[in-house]
Each structure stands twice: as C-alpha cells, then as structure tokens.
Design a protein around this ligand. Structure first.
Ligand SMILES: Nc1nc2c(ncn2[C@@H]2O[C@H](COP(=O)(O)OP(=O)(O)OP(=O)(O)O)[C@@H](O)[C@H]2O)c(=O)[nH]1
Ligand SMILES: [Mg+2]
Length: 479
C-alpha cells in the first residue's frame, strides 16, 4: 500500500575529512628525502535533489538517518586520500527545508534543484603541503575536519496551479478525476480523501496541475475534521476553486453559507511561504447539477455569487457538463499568473547562505568570568579542529596561524593579559602571547589524549603546572 507522508524530520551527517599524512621520503643513500605525506580526502556532502518522479517523503519516514562517506587519509609518497562520495537524497518538487525551530532554510522547487544539506569535512593537509621555507620538514599533518551533522525538517508543499477547496463529499475528487488522469478514491461518505492528490490538466495549449486536498469543515482551524494542515498543499496555487455541493439536503447548509464558512477557515491559515491565501483569485464551481434540485438551486444563487465578483461554473462530474468551460477558465487565470511571474529556472543549485564571515574573527570578553575571553570565528575554530594536540609541532603551527591572523593583537587590544583563559572553538587554554610553543606545552600536559575532553576547561592546577613548564622552557631557550 502506498502511503503519503508530507512532513518528516531527518538527521543528516556529512562525511569527515581524512587526516593528512606526515611522512618522509626515503630512498637508498637518501634517508631524509623531504616530506611526502599526502592530503586527506574531503568528506562527502549530503545533498537534497528535487526529483519530479518522487511524490512523497515516505522514504524518509522509514529511513530518517542519512550519512555520506568519509574522506580517506593521505599516504606517503604524496598520495592523497580518496574523496568521500556525496550522498544524494531525492525529494519531491516543493519540499521546504526547515530547521528544528521551524525557521525556513530553503524552499526547493524545480526538478534538479540541489541543496547541500550537510557539508563534508575538509581533508587535512599532509606534511608535504605544509612545508614552507620556514618549515622545511614538518613532522606533523593536519587532521581532517568532522563532517557537518544537522537535524532538518522536510515539509512538502505541493507545487500545483489550482487548488480545490470544499466541504467533504462536495465532489472535489470526482472533479480532479474527470479533469485529469488522477484516479483518487471517490465515495459518498465524508473524508474519503485523506491525503492530497495531484492531477495534470490539459486545456488547449495549456497544461497545469490541480490539487485535491481533504475536505474542510467549520472549525478546521481548531483542528476539527482533518484540520488546516493540508492547506499547505495549496499555498503555491495561483487560483483556488470552491467546489460547492448543490445537491446536499443537510438542513443547515446552503451553497453561500458553505463558501462563507470555508473563507472564514482560510482566513485563519497563515501560509509559511508568505503571502495570503485571501489574495488568490477564486472561482466557484456549483457541482452536481445533474440532480434537478441542484440545478434549480444553482441557478437561484448564481447571481448572488457573481455579485461578489466571483466567476461561477455550473458543472456535473457525473455527466461532464460544464467541465470544458471550467478547465479553460482555469487555464486563463493560471496563464495570466504565469505571465506576471518571472520564468522559473529549470534547475538550480541553492547555495547555503554562509552564516559567518569566513575571513574574520571576533574577540569577546566572557560575561561569566572576569578576565576570560572567547575568540569566535570560522577560521580559528577550523584550525583548532585541524590540530593534533598530541603533536607539539602541530600545536606550534596553530599558534603561528593564530598570531598571523591577528588574534594575539586583538586579544591584547581587548585587554587580555598573559595567562588569562582564552577559548577558541571549544578549547580553552592560557593565553601566552608570542610563545605558541607554550600552548603546546600546556596542551601536552593534559593526559594521553587531550582531544577526548576538549570542551573541558583546563584545571587551575594544570595551568599552574603548564606555566612552570613554560618557564623552564623559556629558561632553556635563554641559554
Ligand atoms: N449526482 C452527482 N454526484 C456526484 C457528482 N460529483 C460527485 N458526486 C458524488 O458525491 C460523492 C462524493 O464525491 P467525492 O468526489 O468523493 O467528494 P470529495 O469532495 O472528494 O469528498 P472528500 O474526499 O470526503 O472531501 C460521491 O458519491 C460522488 O459519486 C455529480 O456531479 N453528480
Ligand atoms: Mg475526496
């Protein structure tokens, strides 16, 4: 049985970058032939791709976890590690991506549109790439960065040109079944349609899509019946069609009050994609005129509806009366709307807006601890992630990079004094200006694998020990 799912939460994990390799070229009679460690490969991205053959988010409902593969580590003899493969996830046209707080990140429309949902980690440079005039034979390489992991909400807002609205059993599904090839379930009990149906209509030169959503009842905005949730599938429609049952014998219903009741519910719905459903052009379909009483009623109320400025179509899905006029009238409104809008790009790549300025960094005082500072910035944080804190040389290189970026100057300007705690990218250490090796010493005293508790503040006693160690070292250097 096929099921329709139009909202899922997924967990995407991009691949991590492979570590760079630290290796020294060896040859007969040439034991130290220079650094030849290759770079780690980049991790694979998780990419969402719009596929017009996919119509539901059902697959994600069953498999909400998706991860791309990791980059491989670099090798000696200048061999770079393999790049991790991208993982492509196919989503229906009109999938809106939101963060877990409900903020829209991107709206994916158009077959082939791509969006990088999680960025793979960069591979670390090998020691061959790190060699420079000043550092001819680096004894270290950079670590690969972890891939991005994210929780995303996927919400399908179908892409349809016309949306059918109406009470249960008004004949919406019957209408879509006679206008298009769609074959939804039709029956004489309310709420036959539980999920939206899409159909493609051809009227002369025009081709457009039409959406049949579950019936609405008064109080839908308070969750009565199936509620207003399905209205998200008509948010993009350029025209809304009221399908009115003229053959109903329920005492408290007549076509005009049916329209009013549904308009009231519509007014309570706020489209997430912006705009207002109240602004959309509307048509009124008076259905079931094959029933004599229904035709009489339709003719009676027609002037009242027209007086409101709404075009009226009397139809019967049973005898197919009035369908041609209706389909051409819809085509006209839709074509006019298309002409007014800029042409949609056939397929595009959605670039994620970068949240932070990659080049910059900021220094802020810790509001909770007097004399402590944070360094925020994508680059410094990345450098921390790339650093193998078990390798003194690697930590020294980190210190040099930070100093070159101007972090030290900025800290001094902000009032940092030597020895004060500075946190960069989750790692806290004592600030020791222009002695990057001091940082190395400090980090080195933190147990067998300091990366295991990077987020933990270096304890006061450790700091003291480090200072002593540093002092000893400075003394040594003085000699
Ligand atoms: N006589 C007559 N009956 C119709 C006509 N159109 C629909 N019906 C009947 O009305 C009943 C409801 O039709 P549906 O198309 O399922 O109505 P719906 O609006 O999709 O209903 P929900 O999915 O429950 O919201 C069915 O028994 C249809 O056969 C019509 O033009 N004439
Ligand atoms: Mg139906």
């Amino acid at each position: 049985m096929s099921r329709f799912v139009d909202r899922v939460v997924i967990h995407v994990a991009a691949g991590s970058g492979g570590n760079g390799c630290a290796s020294v070229h060896r040859e007969k009679y040439k034991p130290l032939g220079g650094p030849d460690g290759g770079n780690g490969g980049n991790g694979g991205n998780v990419v969402l791709v719009v596929d017009s053959n996919v119509h539901t988010l059902l697959d994600f409902h069953f498999r909400p976890h998706a991860s791309a593969s990791n980059g491989k580590q670099g090798h000696g003899a200048n061999r770079d590690g393999a790049t991790g493969e991208d993982l492509e996830l196919h989503v229906p046209d009109g999938t809106v991506i939101l963060d877990p707080d409900g903020e829209i990140i991107v709206d994916l429309v158009g077959h082939g549109t791509r969006f990088v949902a999680a960025q793979g980690g960069r591979g670390g440079l090998g020691n061959a790439a790190l060699a420079s005039k000043a550092r001819r034979a680096p004894g270290f390489a950079l670590l690969g960065e972890p891939g991005e992991t994210r929780d995303l909400v996927l919400e399908l807002r179908s892409v349809a040109d016309a949306g059918l609205l109406g009470f249960p059993s008004a004949g919406k599904s019957s209408l879509i079944s006679v206008l298009s090839q769609a074959r939804p379930k039709i029956a004489d009990y309310p709420f036959t349609t539980l999920v939206p149906n899409l159909g493609v209509v051809t009227a002369g030169e025009s081709i457009y899509t039409i959406a049949d959503v579950p019936g609405l009842i008064p109080g839908a905005s308070q969750g009565k019946g199936l509620g207003l949730d399905f209205l998200r599938h008509i948010e993009r429609c350029s025209v809304l069609v009221h399908v009115v049952d003229c053959a109903t014998f329920e005492a408290d219903r007549d076509p005009l009050s049916d329209i009013d009741a549904l308009e009231e519910e519509l007014a309570r719905y706020t489209p997430a994609l912006g705009g207002d459903l109240a602004d959309r052009p509307r048509l009124v379909v008076l259905n079931k005129v094959d029933v004599p009483e229904a035709r009489e009623l339709a003719e009676l109320i027609r002037p009242d509806i027209e007086a409101r400025g709404l075009p009226v179509f009397e139809v019967s899905t049973a005898t197919r009366e009035g369908l041609r006029e209706l389909s051409f009238a819809l085509a006209k409104v839709i074509e006019d709307d298309r002409a007014a809008k800029p042409a949609p790009e056939p397929s595009r790549i959605v670039l994620r807006p970068t949240a932070v300025d990659d080049a910059g960094f900021t220094v802020v005082a810790d509001p909770e601890e007097e004399g402590a500072f944070f360094v925020h910035g994508e680059r410094p944080a990345r450098w921390i992630r790339q650093t193998d804190f078990n390798n003194t040389e690697a930590v020294g290189y980190l210190g040099d990079r930070l100093a070159r970026l101007g972090v030290e100057d900025a800290l001094a300007k902000a009032g940092a004094v030597p020895g004060c705690p500075v946190t960069i990218g989750g790692v806290t250490f004592d600030w020791e200006p222009s002695t990057p090796a001091g940082i190395a010493m400090l980090m080195h005293n933190r147990g067998s694998d300091p990366r295991l508790d990077l987020n933990e503040r270096v304890g006061a006693s450790e700091r003291k020990a480090a200072k002593i160690a540093r002092r000893t070292r400075t003394d040594d250097e003085d000699l």
